[in-house]
Design a binder for this molecule. Structure first.
Ligand SMILES: C[S@@+](CC[C@H](N)C(=O)[O-])C[C@H]1O[C@@H](n2cnc3c(N)ncnc32)[C@H](O)[C@@H]1O
Length: 267
């Protein structure tokens, strides 16, 4: 089989298995990730790898894992969290009895739990008892969601957590830091592909960081449009620090902080 055809077939089988349209990922990125997986299997042609994939059920999950980079951390890009904590969330919390936050592309849950920790602390500082909020963490990859729901963490992912926060929000079993129940119950993890529209006019804040960077401009346009629709009026959208807002949204989102990629939805 011709290599182009085998490459197309590979994309098709991933689409049939997970509903993930790889045509919407940047081609260079896709080819680099595939090459890395093929190298570790000592394969040099897409055709050879396609044959392998089609005969091994477990390879689909391994490949998805390689394609969707899951790297994350608690309080990743701490300056972004500081900005949200100081200048964004307190106002929203003062003006709303209950708020809904979405961590889209949440990986193993660190971002969603960091948001919960931050909100607990803001509520405490504002003197609000039992503030009602809920956080939805979504990802396309079932394996990371399983870890997120479990809430066991070790290693570098904890680097940005102060000792005070570790003590207050985690139990330690000698190896893992285990997220405490009061934080855990604030976050619900769901499988969801952000290439599809989600709930309309629902969220006060959406974090989608370090996910759409791998998408083509066309798909970014579609996905940011879905986020726009999912936000309430004056809702906040936060992108990754290396991601850029498309010009086509300049009348829809006003930039509040360009460095931290924080935007507000305008009607
Ligand atoms: C690099 S992690 C980012 C985690 C976190 N947002 C952060 O900034 O630390 C990217 C995550 O996006 C997820 N992802 C990639 N494509 C997706 C899609 N189409 N729908 C939902 N999640 C997706 C991956 O599975 C991965 O867990």
């Amino acid at each position: 089989m011709d290599e182009n055809k085998a490459f197309e077939k590979l994309k098709e089988s991933i689409y049939n298995k997970f509903g993930l349209d790889l045509n919407q990922y940047k081609e260079n990125y896709l080819k680099r990730r595939l090459a890395a997986r093929m190298r570790s299997l000592q394969m040099i042609s897409y055709e050879e790898y396609l044959k392998y994939l089609l005969t091994r059920e477990d390879e689909y999950n391994i490949l998805l894992d390689k394609l969707t980079i899951n790297v994350t951390q608690f309080f990743r890009d701490p300056e972004t969290f500081e900005e949200v904590e100081k200048n964004i969330l307190p106002n929203i919390m003062r003006n709303n009895n209950t708020i809904k936050v979405w961590s889209a592309g949440c990986s193993t849950g660190e971002e969603a739990y960091s948001i919960a920790i931050m909100m607990e602390e803001i509520a405490e500082n504002l003197g609000i008892l039992n503030y009602k909020y809920n956080i939805i963490g979504t990802d396309i990859d079932e394996k990371v969601l399983y870890k997120a729901r479990l809430g066991y963490y070790e290693g570098r992912t904890l680097d940005n957590l102060s000792d005070i926060r570790k003590k207050k929000y985690f139990d330690f079993d000698g190896k893992n830091y285990i997220i405490k129940e009061n934080i855990k119950k604030k976050v619900e993890f769901l499988k969801y592909n952000i290439m599809e529209p989600f709930k309309k006019d629902y969220f006060n804040i959406i974090f989608c960081r370090n996910v759409i960077i791998y998408f083509t401009r066309e798909l970014q346009n579609k996905v940011i449009g879905y986020f726009y629709d999912s936000l309430k009026e004056n809702g906040i959208f936060i992108m990754g620090k290396t991601e850029t807002m498309l010009l086509s949204f300049r009348n829809k989102f006003e930039c509040l902080n360009i460095r931290e990629r924080i935007f507000i939805k305008r009607a």
